[in-house]
Design a protein around this ligand. Sequence first.
Ligand SMILES: Cc1cc2nc3c(=O)[nH]c(=O)nc-3n(C[C@H](O)[C@H](O)[C@H](O)COP(=O)(O)O)c2cc1C
Ligand code: SF4
Length: 421
Amino acid sequence: MAAVVTPVLMAGIGEADLRDITVYRQRGGYKQLERAFKEFTGVQLLDMAKASGLRGRGGAGFPTGMKWGFLPGNDKPRYMVCNCDEAEPGTFKDHMLLEETPHLVLEGILIGAYAIGCKHAFIYIRGEFKRGFEIMSKAVEEARAAGFIGKNLFGTGNDLEFTIHRGAGAYICGEETALLNSLEGKRGEPRLKPPFPAVEGLYKMPTVVNNVETLAYLVPILEKGAEWFAAVGTEKSKGFKIVSISGHVKKPGNYEIPLGTTVRELIEIAGGPREGRTVVAVQPGGGSSAAIFDQNLDLPYDYESMAKAGTMLGSGAMVVFDDTTDFVKAAYSLVRFFAHESCGQCTPCREGGHWLEQTLERFVHGQALQSDIDMLKKVSRQLTGINLCALGDSIEPFLASVVNRFPEQFEARVLKEMVSK
Ligand SMILES: Cc1cc2nc3c(=O)[nH]c(=O)nc-3n(C[C@H](O)[C@H](O)[C@H](O)COP(=O)(O)O)c2cc1C
Ligand code: SF4
């Protein structure tokens, strides 16, 4: 049977104005929040998250229930922070949810906050998402007026406050500890871990940072049950996922699918390759991920299969490249992005990124040396695994994968007189 899209979080988008709280409530909105407060304890919700198999949709795929379980059992205030920074090249699902169905996002955050015993939740919205920020601000006002934020919610004696914080447009502020620094009004730089946010996060208090999509899934999971979610997907990659598909396909966009749908099926869902063209590479997990080729296109799109193929599912941003692609330029543009976004704390990331950028610039202008090809491989390997955060490790994977796969494209940019010598 052909793979199909399965709208769960995306249900109703494009059919109804879900930004209007009345419309959202007519469709059952905020019922799960009320049920959470009235019928469940935090521990029961944590068990539900564990049983559903839900894993973080922000990039690392860490099991959500397990992450909540790392919070220490002390009586310090604890915080839930929703990460809506979404700056990974190729990812455009979170701001779609923010702009199209803000109440679902909010309901998910509030359920997650209640589950971990938090009295003050936050959403960190990337600076460029002005429209999303305005839509969410209105949604929060409406939810507060309806009694879903504030004191004594649903008459249960529980209080829950909510704050929206706008970032200033730095990719690094999507990294959870840089985000927390930024939220505290400090420079957006990753912190040394440990301590992890669960122990020492926002204002040095126990904190959970979860992605928009992760938290939004709590609503349908509570409604339909952990078993419903866990029955979909593969053995270890459960449930649904919104995949942002872009590049050389006829219908780029966000598609919600069961995890385990194959990469090739996803390309078909997005309209297939352009007329007369062949797909030669796919980046399955955003700008930070290595490309996959040929036989790997029939792999199931899940965390394990992508890792086995030497890449990652990441935040679910699939970029498709056909046989017209200039991989030198594609690699250059990504390396330039990461070099620009480095916060500068670690030498390999700060210096190595720019070094690679300059080397690739020589290739782009046809002025590279033969030795630059080996240097590209050597320097990029030296960048990985020795940085404070994963940005430094993101510079190399795509570049290395395409240099190895399409060496002729790089060779062709070596200075001709150097080749003939
Ligand atoms: C450089 C960098 C950028 C990141 N950007 C984002 C982002 O925009 N949104 C996000 O949810 N996670 C991002 N992450 C991952 C977060 O650090 C964190 O793992 C995630 O928000 C946890 O949520 P989850 O468990 O629900 O996936 C980024 C990580 C790195 C290293
Ligand atoms: S790896 Fe790069 S972005 Fe991350 S902390 Fe180090 S210098 Fe900053």
